[in-house]
Unconditional design. Structure first.
Length: 296
């Protein structure tokens, strides 16, 4: 190893990567919890140490120079290595205390995860659980969460996944909706019935067509990127919603509709980074979640 050839420190490279990823000095400062002048000083020191210009500054905007673009992948590799080091170190913790971050969809985070708190507090009273209600997929490799509850098995080789259960899903509506629109029937006239959509409309319509519902844009007067909003729209009698049985059972005002269509299921995967499986606190939460979600 030629130690003399390393003429910069990691904090400088991290600031450069943050500016490149976040798109501005102010956004990078916010992401790293530093001041903008500190970011500027570190970038200047990095450029002087490497004797190359990495960024073009025009007013409030910055752009990568050709040299900056050439070095960006190398700095990303450094960040990944630093991240893996942090993961390996945190995975050696044998204390059942500290914080565990779990990410899950809104409905799971609100209506299923609080049910495990008694079991966690009895088993590990010094454990802190942080629940991120997020419908997007958080990146475990970047430590945005310690454990993720997902509906798709991850493909990254550094992640460990366990199938916790298969959730049964059905169509649900309240009596107010049925009074307003009538009882929906798969073989009947569906032109006036309303469904609330979550996510991409074309994907949802394509999926429902596979189960025998040929719906149009007019059947989706309401849409939201929030599962909680979607469920509340249905609860107010405006639309039919698709929900898993465990959550729907908490709302006696809902009843299954379109029961002639076979219930369908989606898998529930528990995912953690393989380095974190050596941590007792992560393993404890992982196992309790697996038991709770599987109904044990």
């Amino acid at each position: 190893m030629n130690w003399n050839a390393i003429s910069f420190d990691w904090n400088q490279a991290r600031s450069f990567l943050a500016v490149a990823e976040e798109g501005s000095l102010s956004a990078a400062a916010l992401a790293l919890k530093l001041t903008q002048p500190t970011i500027t000083r570190q970038l200047t020191a990095l450029e002087e140490g490497l004797n190359v210009m990495l960024l073009e500054r025009t007013g409030r905007t910055v752009s990568l120079t050709p040299a900056g673009l050439d070095l960006l992948d190398h700095v990303r590799a450094m960040a990944e290595g630093a991240n893996m080091m942090s993961l390996a170190a945190s995975g050696q913790s044998q204390d059942i205390e500290g914080k565990v971050r779990v990410t899950a969809s809104e409905m799971t985070a609100v209506y299923l995860l609080p049910d495990i708190l008694d079991r966690l507090s009895q088993t590990a009273p010094d454990l802190q659980l942080e629940i991120a209600a997020d419908n997007s997929v958080r990146d475990l490799l970047l430590r945005e969460a310690d454990i993720a509850i997902r509906h798709m098995r991850p493909e990254q080789p550094n992640l460990i996944a366990k199938l916790a259960c298969d959730q049964t899903m059905r169509f649900y509506a309240v009596d107010e909706y049925i009074t307003r629109y009538g009882i929906p029937q798969q073989t009947g006239d569906m032109s006036e019935h309303q469904f609330v959509s979550f996510g991409d409309f074309e994907r949802i319509v394509g999926y429902l067509k596979l189960v025998g519902l040929d719906l149009m844009q007019r059947n989706f007067r309401y849409a939201s990127n929030s599962q909680l909003v979607e469920w509340e729209i249905a609860r107010k009698g405006h639309a039919i919603a698709i929900m898993n049985d465990n959550i729907a059972a908490k709302f006696p005002e809902f009843r299954p509709v379109l029961t002639e269509i076979e219930p369908f299921s989606i898998p529930v995967w528990l995912v953690a980074h393989r380095e974190l499986q050596t941590s007792r606190r992560i393993r404890l939460v992982f196992d309790i979640l697996a038991d709770a979600l599987s109904g044990r």
